[in-house]
Write a protein that binds this ligand. Structure first.
Ligand code: NAD
Length: 431
């Protein structure tokens, strides 16, 4: 149970009590940010509340003929700067509060990298690993038809998140298109290339995260060559981050997934590990490294720590023991507010989630643009444009943090919320 409820957080199999829910944290961050910038009280009230929360029931027939009813969500936090944008998560413990928080963070993420979107998030409370491929397809199509009235290329554009992938996006695109009577590739991003996906989208979140690490390393005056890195989570973000960082000369000394972690101070052979994970479906059991827990992984002595799994992994309890010099938040919301203050006091340079993992939504934006124009770019062009966007966003946030003498997280929030609040002011309030 790690999906944003107060009271409990899970690292792998280990549970810990926490005080705040993810939604409490998102609201607290917004209120703290509003105190630091000049925002109208009315605009703050608007931004505290999602514009739309849709809760749907998703009945499907299981392969054995039984009917099972799942709960689905789509929350649209804001549309002021453009259509809403955000992933869809399949996970057993998702709640409306968690989806609300993730949707709000999407608004800030799109604003921090300055792409013309608002924020949204969707989810179905299910364990995709316990569904057959045909059950997963029926679930996806039924969920899509339930949220169909509020999504669309000019309204709200879903994308993959935990538990969903390019195939799920293809089913969403197909279901939406059949209901419209013609193909609408721009209704989702993160699709397979064959149905209008963008080259480079699969690795974009990790690539963007690596770009922010490279920019931070320049500011901290160190090179990535031979730097040690520990990565929590070996899925889309974590695995690609480990693979791409190895290419930059980093030594990956620790990795983990929900089943546990691995440690090898000499560096884990990531090519071999990824091949192993393709077969075994987990990092667990890989030889050539010692077994460690997720809790131990986070506390490893390393230069760069990349939490790339779930929320609330770095808490007031383990933050004092963290030894990394830099943390790049591949996951959304991996650090609690209390832990944040401790990391700040320890002088750990934190690249906050809304900046560190914004590469995914940035290339999603490129995919949407390419889909609308029906004109596709080379992978080189995608990566170059991603580099440009991430570099500018990093520099904007870094400069603001220096100017205002605040943390990178506070600066990213200040930049994002002021951009959205200014757009609110310019558009005015209807009627
Ligand atoms: P994924 O499903 O591909 O991988 C998740 C990984 O985390 C898996 O290895 C899983 O075993 C591990 N994990 C799950 N629960 C865990 C736990 N309690 N303890 C330790 N490990 C656990 O998901 P992903 O797409 O890589 O997303 C990871 C994080 O990155 C999420 O917070 C997601 O919101 C965020 N994110 C993803 C994208 C994207 O493009 N995929 C973009 C931005 C942010």
């Amino acid at each position: 149970m790690n999906q944003g409820k107060p009271g409990e957080v899970t690292r792998g199999n280990c549970k810990e009590k926490i005080k705040e829910s993810v939604w409490d944290k998102a609201l607290k961050q917004l209120e703290d940010t509003a105190r630091r910038i000049n925002i109208e009280p009315g605009a703050l009230e608007i931004l505290k509340v999602p514009r739309r929360c849709l809760v749907v029931s998703v009945p499907i027939r299981r392969d054995d003929g039984q009917i099972e009813v799942f709960t689905g969500y789509r929350v649209q936090h804001n549309f002021t700067r453009g259509p809403a944008k955000g992933g869809i998560r399949y996970h057993p413990d998702v709640t409306l509060d968690l989806v609300k928080a993730l949707a709000m963070w999407m608004t800030w993420k799109c604003a921090v990298v300055n792409i013309p979107y608002g924020g949204a998030k969707g989810a179905v409370a299910c364990n995709p690993k316990k569904l057959s491929p045909s059950e997963l397809e029926r679930l996806t199509r039924r969920y899509t038809s339930a949220i169909l009235p509020i999504i669309g290329p000019e309204k709200d554009i879903p994308a993959p998140d935990m538990g969903t992938n390019a195939q799920v996006m293809a089913w969403i695109m197909d279901t939406y298109s059949i209901n419209q009577g013609y193909s609408v590739p721009a209704v989702v991003t993160g699709k397979p290339i064959e149905v209008g996906g963008s080259l480079g989208r699969d690795k974009a979140t990790a690539r963007g995260c690596l770009y922010t690490v490279m920019d931070a390393a320049k500011k901290l005056d160190f090179t990535l060559e031979e730097r040690t890195m520990a990565v929590q989570g070996y899925g889309n973000v974590g695995r690609n981050m480990a693979e791409l960082s190895t290419g930059q000369g980093c030594r990956i000394i620790g990795v983990s997934d929900i089943n546990g972690g691995l440690y090898n101070p000499k560096g884990i052979d990531i090519t071999r590990l990824s091949r192993y994970v393709d077969e075994a479906g987990t990092v667990f059991g890989f030889t050539d490294a010692d077994s460690i827990t997720n809790a131990e992984l986070l506390e490893l002595e390393c230069d760069i720590l990349v939490p790339a799994a779930v929320e609330h992994q770095i808490t007031e309890k383990n933050a004092p023991r963290l030894k990394a010099r830099m943390i790049a938040e591949g996951a959304n919301g991996p650090t609690t507010s209390e832990a944040d203050e401790i990391l700040d006091d320890k002088g750990i340079f934190v690249i906050p989630d809304i900046l560190a993992n914004a590469g995914g939504v940035t290339v999603s934006y490129f995919e949407w643009v390419q889909g609308i124009q029906a004109y596709f770019w080379s992978e080189r062009e995608v990566n170059l444009r991603l580099r440009e966007v991430m570099e500018r966003a990093f520099e904007d946030v870094y400069r603001l943090s220096q100017k205002e003498k605040v943390s990178m997280r506070q600066a990213a929030n200040m930049l994002a919320v002021s951009r959205v609040a200014e757009a609110c002011r310019l558009r005015g309030l209807y009627p």
